[in-house]
Ligand binder design. Structure first.
Ligand code: SF4
Ligand code: SF4
Length: 99
């Protein structure tokens, strides 16, 4: 028999989810980016900026990212991933690092 959630069990679940989200980081693979700007269009925070000359995005505001995953879902080139810090060693430089 499953138990009904209580106020405190809901609070605990909320904090568990929050803790998990705070460990997630965006990992951007610029070599896969074809500059379609969908990440730029969906990001609710404005983390991405198009570089129209190079036809690539720049991950300008990583510190503001709330790990909502919208850009990951929208990118048709799998150029963006959300990973935890443990699993998520950057295998490719971010756009910011390349500048
Ligand atoms: S995960 Fe969400 S907040 Fe973070 S860069 Fe992508 S769309 Fe923006
Ligand atoms: S959605 Fe993907 S391919 Fe398009 S600009 Fe963003 S990172 Fe590049």
């Amino acid at each position: 028999m499953s138990q009904e959630p209580t106020f405190w069990s809901s609070v605990a679940e909320h904090w568990q989810i929050t803790r998990t989200l705070r460990e997630l980081q965006i990992h951007f693979y610029p070599d896969r980016c074809t500059g379609v700007w969908q990440c730029y269009e969906v990001c609710p925070i404005g983390c991405w900026t198009p570089d129209y000359k190079r036809r690539i995005v720049v991950f300008h505001n990583p510190e503001l990212c709330i790990a909502c995953g919208a850009c990951v879902l929208q990118c048709p080139e799998n150029a963006i991933e959300l990973k935890t810090a443990d699993k998520g060693r950057r295998t490719q430089p971010t756009a910011r690092q390349r500048e």
